[in-house]
Design a protein around this ligand. Structure first.
Ligand SMILES: Cc1cc2nc3c(=O)[nH]c(=O)nc-3n(C[C@H](O)[C@H](O)[C@H](O)COP(=O)(O)O)c2cc1C
Length: 204
């Protein structure tokens, strides 16, 4: 694969927050390695929560028409995804969760309509996850990691690398940790190398 296309999702409501700053660094690294990165800021979009009406039972297509379809198509056509969300009450931000829930339509298609066997080994695309929380507990990211496992599976991805940082609360806190920023940059660079060596046909 020459120049992989990567979708970068800003999941925090804070435009210049800690996850956004780390994500920008990862994007910089990915671009420096030759990736074509498209940035999506969830707080700028109109995406309804899942209304659980199961219009998707017909053909796996969500019945609510809004910005979800645009984001879905971009994610499903890309070779890579970098998703950044802060920890809010031990899970992802509301913006991120609303997007994830709308992908239930793809889960329905994959497992109910197409009857894909569970745990069927497939050529998975790989995702990079960035998350931060204010506290320092051992279980701080347990909720997010579990949610991501099933979310990534739904979109035919698996977690390649989690970048998880504790003890970051106020906007700008991450700037006090240049090593975190460097790690995010390097992860972006490394991610593209991995994608280039892992050519998976996308669904788009
Ligand atoms: C609604 C809300 C819920 C939060 N819940 C948690 C939490 O459960 N655990 C934690 O350590 N920090 C929690 N935080 C703190 C954020 O994770 C922290 O401020 C983080 O740096 C925000 O990232 P951002 O700057 O990318 O938005 C919460 C903050 C908000 C606004």
């Amino acid at each position: 694969m020459q120049n992989p296309k990567i979708i970068a999702i800003y999941g925090s409501p804070r435009r210049r927050g800690n996850t956004a700053t780390l994500l920008k660094k990862a994007i910089e690294g990915a671009r420096d390695s030759g990736a074509d990165v498209e940035e999506i800021v969830l707080r700028d979009l109109k995406i309804s929560p899942c209304l659980e009406i199961y219009g998707c039972l017909q053909a796996g297509e969500c019945a609510i028409k809004d910005d979800f379809q645009m984001v879905r198509d971009k994610i499903m056509r890309a070779q890579g995804l970098i998703l950044a969300s802060p920890v809010f009450f031990y899970t992802v931000s509301a913006h991120t969760k609303i997007l994830m829930d709308r992908f239930q339509s793809l889960w329905v298609k994959k497992y109910w309509i197409d009857k894909t066997p569970r745990n069927q080994p497939t050529a998975m695309r790989k995702a990079l996850l960035i998350s931060v929380g204010a506290t320092k507990g051992k279980k701080l990211f347990d909720g997010i990691l579990l949610s991501m496992r099933y979310f990534f599976d739904t979109i035919d991805m698996e977690l390649w690398k989690p970048l998880l940082y504790r003890g970051l609360d106020f906007e700008g806190d991450v700037l006090k940790f240049p090593d975190y920023l460097e790690e995010a940059y390097e992860a972006g660079r490394e991610y593209v190398k991995v994608l280039k060596n892992h050519d998976v046909t996308t669904l788009g």
